[in-house]
Design a protein around this ligand. Sequence first.
Ligand code: 5AD
Ligand code: FES
Length: 348
Amino acid sequence: MVKMKNIVRSLFFTRDASDDELRRLIDSEHFDPLFERANEVRHLHFGDDVYLRGLIEFSNYCKNDCFYCGLRASNRSAVRYRLTHDEILQCCDEGYRLGFRTFVLQSGEDPSFKDEDICQIVHSIKTKYPDCAVTLSIGEKSYNSYLAYFQAGADRYLLRHETASDEHYRSLHPQNMDPVHRKECLRNLKKIGYQVGSGFMVGTPGQTLDNLVQDLRFLQELEPHMIGIGPFIPHGETPFAHEAQGSLQRTLNLVAILRLMFPQALIPATTALGTIDPRGRELGLQAGANVVMPNLSPVRVRKLYTPYENKICTGEEAAQCRRCLERRLESVGLHSVVSRGDYPGVRR
Ligand code: 5AD
Ligand code: FES
């Protein structure tokens, strides 16, 4: 049998491995050479720089009913909110002062925001802050809607594929959600010219090692610019309330594998990772992540945007969060940079 160390070496040189080798890496117990190599690759392409994205969670209304997510439409105990156009701009004002040059506008799939509304919001941010990138993360839309947002100035789009296995996808979503459509959305976003982010959850109920290998294969085919992954964390008001949370080790293994497979990708150390372990984000960075996404939403709505339970950073003002993160970055020898942080070589 090929030694683990040789699998890591060949993943480093060829950016690929067999399905069996990937399964072994994903399933390994903290294997130092994997993390050392991943760190080396991050350092090679990005030095000690970590990119900041200011996250603005502007609506927690959602028409979907994903079995894992606390924002699902059937969660009647969720207190719903929407930010106004002006409130969103105020978040950007504060973010800009704090050094953010990317704003990520995220929401549930909220039909009350029409395409014109999204275009207006994007346009006013880009007019006021032409040196900033705007990222949208608002779910599955038609080709023409995506095109309209892009023409209004949106630079990037995040849409996790969640799982590449059609069968597993169906076990996590109601029947009206279609895995084929979701993948088509991602291809449309790329065709239009967005910098595209995809990703998946680790440890969703029933997920197998083969499912995770399928996720890696799907990403190899899609070639996204950004890849966000995080552990599944149960939420009490969902059908998965009593399921186990995803494993920290497995998530970190996958961050490191992603760094080796996609050396230039922008990979966040996610809030979900920070939620299952107090040093989860730092560990994510040491496994090869190079992005953090502090919250810029008004504190009064923070606790209401909860796809999963015990989400961190819901009580802190943006400035506090920013300082806290800087210290965390420094604790692992990294620092944040005031820059848009585009995918190397891509910017329109
Ligand atoms: N645990 C972890 N991540 C979750 N997400 C949604 N619900 C959960 C959960 N219970 C993730 C999904 C979604 C992103 C915004 O949050 O991957 O794409
Ligand atoms: Fe948000 Fe520490 S990063 S409070």
